[in-house]
Design a protein around this ligand. Structure first.
Ligand code: RB5
Length: 152
């Protein structure tokens, strides 16, 4: 599995911690920045991860900002991206099993590093259950096609 990782200045520390978890677990990743605490615009970083996943070069993406909200909103504008903002492990598991979420977002100003580690672990390990959930995710794609006229 290859993971695309990014965050803005508000998620810099959490993004670096996630990078550490991925290295520890032997998971290949690319860090798309940001790399300093200088103020940046979160859509620029969310878009890089969303496009990396949308292109098929990366199976999953993780994006961090202050709240996880702005990056989730941005990533979900990209066809084929199902970004889930998760601040608990129950939601992280459901985001994979029910929603086939290919991007995880989290907020550095919301959760601590211990919980973030568990969330990322659960989210990376859980698998999409398909079946009735597949039918529902297909309906998300139909909505995308209706409004974007393109979808992955
Ligand atoms: C940056 O101050 C902050 O707005 C950003 O990290 C994020 O929380 C936006 O949703």
């Amino acid at each position: 599995m290859k993971v695309a990782l990014a965050g803005d200045h508000g998620g810099l520390k959490l993004k670096e911690q996630v990078a550490g978890f991925l290295r520890e677990w032997g998971i290949d990743y690319t860090d798309f920045g940001t790399f300093s605490e200088d103020s940046v615009d979160y859509p620029d970083y969310a878009l890089q991860v969303a496009e990396a996943v949308q292109s098929g070069g990366y199976e999953r993406g993780v994006i961090c900002c202050g709240t996880g909200i702005g990056v989730a909103i941005t990533a979900n504008k990209v066809p084929g991206i199902r970004a889930a903002l998760c601040h608990d492990t129950f939601s992280a598991r459901a985001a994979r099993e029910h929603n086939n979420a290919n991007v995880l977002t989290m907020g550095q100003r919301v959760i601590g590093v211990g919980l973030a580690r568990e969330i990322v672990k659960v989210w990376l390990e859980a698998e999409f259950k398909g079946g009735r959930h597949g039918r529902r995710v297909d309906k998300i794609s139909f909505v995308e096609q209706k409004y974007n006229r393109c979808s992955r």
